[in-house]
Ligand binder design. Structure first.
Ligand code: KG4
Ligand code: ZN
Length: 339
């Protein structure tokens, strides 16, 4: 079976051909990162315009590199939520058109779900597991009991982890996206400031929620004092973020008695996060799984694979009247598909 996957939820235009017997045949991503760098973040209208310009060339390349024609495709999978609505609708409209032309089913995929299941392209992870999704737009914890069996545990009440990285990088004058630069700079610094670990020790309803905007303001205050180097500020900030992410995920592991953790999304590329998770998981007796770097940031391979898995496991498809959603939790997305 060959699945064509389309991803346009934010600023990356991605098309992938995934074969159930041969794996990824092609995986093309056209990044707009340089364009958005001047705004220090993603500028929605510009992202949408770029998707309209790039999607067909990216599709052409994916077909060519994969050595397939449209007639070889068995289904079309597309990210339908969450994301920038102006970006999502471009991928969804293209997928609907391809489905109409080829007569093949249209399979909906949730962006967070795709980030989580990306790891399965390369290896199996035993259910149940805790999934931590950390990207520019999301910081969420889920208990994954099986495919389409998702329990939401918590999420950020304000900034996402990646967004905090991007904003702190902007304050430090490091450009966009901030995560990779701070990751690199922090290696040359030390944790000289003990920044707050927001909500880390919260009990009750907030125990799996996150908040990073206060941390960002604390960084700003330190920066204004002009006492520490950028390297040390970057290292101190990163240590606080990583402590919170690893701490809360480990609490969830203990509470639900699971043995596996999957960390996904752009921030899962962070080297200190990987190091600390590896350390803590060893001492706490669980295994942590990270997707390979090329599957961490936005791509269509994760969408094509999740679409394949949906077809295989539940067969849920959508009609041409299905609308994209800017905001939709992963557990609620599954409820919507079941209706
Ligand atoms: O998953 P992704 O490509 O797009 C969204 O769905 O948001 O994630 C992008 C985010 C950006 O905020 C970027 O700064 C962050 O991931 N990021 C990192 C690293 N690489 C990318 N954050 C920390 N350390 C990194 N090495
Ligand atoms: Zn993403």
């Amino acid at each position: 079976m060959i699945i064509l996957g389309i991803e346009t939820s934010c600023d990356d235009t991605g098309v992938c051909l995934y074969s159930s017997s041969g794996g990824i045949l092609s995986n093309i991503v056209s990044s707009q990162v340089k364009l958005h760098a001047q705004w220090g973040g993603v500028y929605p209208d510009l992202a949408a315009r770029e998707h309209t310009k790039n999607l067909i060339p990216v599709l052409d390349r994916a077909l060519e590199e994969g050595g397939k024609n449209l007639s070889d495709i068995d289904a079309i999978a597309v990210t339908v939520a969450p994301g920038l609505i102006v970006s999502l609708v471009i991928g969804i409209s293209a997928a609907k058109t391809l489905s109409l032309v080829t007569g093949k089913p249209l399979v909906p995929v949730h962006h967070i779900e795709a980030h989580i299941f990306a790891i399965f392209i390369e290896r199996e992870v035993e259910f149940p597991f805790i999934a931590l999704v950390v990207s520019g737009g999301h910081t969420e914890l889920y208990l994954i009991k099986g495919f389409e069996q998702y329990m939401y545990l918590g999420g950020t009440l304000d900034d996402a982890a990646g967004e905090a990285y991007d904003k702190v990088a902007r304050m430090l004058g490091l450009g966009y996206p901030g995560g990779p630069v701070i990751d690199k700079l922090a290696k040359e610094g030390k944790e000289v400031i003990k920044f707050p670990r927001p909500m880390l020790n919260d009990k009750g309803k907030n125990r799996f929620n996150f908040s990073f905007s206060g941390l960002k303001s604390a960084v700003m205050r330190e920066l204004e004092k002009g006492k520490y180097s950028k390297e040390d500020i970057a290292a101190s900030f990163q240590e606080a973020v990583v402590d919170v992410l690893v701490g809360k995920t480990t609490d969830a592991v203990k509470e639900f008695g699971v043995k596996n953790v999957v960390v996904a999304g752009g921030v899962s590329a962070n080297s200190r996060l990987r190091e600390k998770f590896t350390e803590v998981s060893l001492s706490e007796g669980y295994t942590v799984h990270f997707p390979p770097l090329y599957l961490c940031t936005d791509n269509a391979a994760m969408v094509a694979y999740t679409g394949y898995r949906r077809l295989k496991e539940s067969g849920r498809t959508i009609g041409f009247d299905f609308e994209g959603k800017a905001r939709l939790r992963m557990d609620r997305f599954v409820e919507l598909l079941r209706k």
